[in-house]
Design a protein around this ligand. Structure first.
Ligand SMILES: [Zn+2]
Length: 293
């Protein structure tokens, strides 16, 4: 329960340099999120998930979260002289609402830590000033997402549940339910937190010809903290029908296969587990590829 007290000393806030790189900015906001979770764990006397934004918001002087029809917007953060109000889109799933709220809390932490100085240091090598603005906005949002991820799925607690359930596609849904996050968020977090190095990949239907292929959309891992910054990219990013991945897409049960990955100009074959999630147009296949198996 008290493992989080390791992070509760607040030193990171006091001695941050004037200019920051991405790694420093990410670890500052993640550490601040850890402190907040730690405070919550101490207050309630246990570290059992979920870590709901309502509980976390209370600690940050945020008035109760307001649910409203926000059209296409996920959430907004309103600042008053002594407090904040978060409005979240009531039409989104509860998992998405949780992430949106946690992301807005991330913006508060971002302001507290004065991370704008990192954003200002981002140079975008182009004559197009809009490009620079976009790159900075994207970087700001990514930092708030990193905070949201830590708030909802604290590394240590998530890691404990993950090793209990086992690093497998079977665990994704269970973790998503327990931490009240989306399937994608839980799958992404597995690759970041897992002690056993693994990569999470997402595939979706692609192309006009029928039957459609499955196209690689994104990947994450191995491990944010991992020393090796190696980028494992699947050699074939479009998988034609029929394939084991299609079997995972069409059926409910997980499918085992293997795939070629390119890393530092070397090709490696990695064992993989894949499972289909979602219905209709929203159906995707999520795979975990294991580096050491
Ligand atoms: Zn944002």
């Amino acid at each position: 329960m008290s493992a989080y007290s390791l992070f509760s000393d607040g030193t990171a806030r006091q001695e941050s340099p004037v200019s920051l790189n991405l790694e420093q900015a990410t670890s500052l906001i993640t550490d601040r999120a850890k402190q907040l979770v730690n405070q919550l764990i101490n207050d309630r006397g246990h570290d059992e998930p979920p870590f709901l934004p309502e509980e976390l918001a209370h600690l940050q002087g945020i008035k109760p979260i307001v649910r409203a029809d926000l059209g296409k917007t996920s959430a907004v953060l309103l600042r008053f002289h002594d407090s904040y109000v978060i409005k979240v889109n009531q039409n989104h799933s509860l998992a998405r609402q949780n992430f949106s709220c946690a992301h807005e809390i991330g913006h508060i932490l971002f302001n507290e830590l004065k991370l704008e100085r990192y954003i200002r240091s981002i140079e975008y090598r182009t004559f197009n000033p809009q490009g620079e603005q976009k790159a900075r906005a994207a970087a700001r949002e990514r930092l708030c997402d990193a905070a949201a991820t830590e708030l909802l799925m604290p590394e240590l607690v998530f890691g404990k549940y993950l090793s209990g359930f086992g690093v497998s596609v079977h665990s994704i849904e269970r973790l998503a339910n327990i931490f009240r996050v989306s399937i994608r968020a839980a799958a992404w977090r597995i690759a970041e937190v897992s002690v056993e190095p693994c990569i999470t990949l997402l595939w979706q239907l692609w192309g006009r010809s029928k039957p459609k292929g499955l196209r690689f959309m994104w990947r994450v891992g191995p491990g944010r903290e991992s020393r090796s910054k190696a980028n494992y990219i699947p050699v074939h990013t479009l998988v034609r029908y029929p394939s084991k991945l299609h079997r995972a897409y069409e059926h409910a049960s997980p499918v085992k296969s293997s795939k070629l990955f390119k890393v530092d100009n070397v090709i490696k074959r990695l064992p993989m587990e894949s499972k289909g999630f979602g219905h209709g147009d929203a159906r995707r296949v999520i795979s975990l590829a294991f580096l050491g198996r």
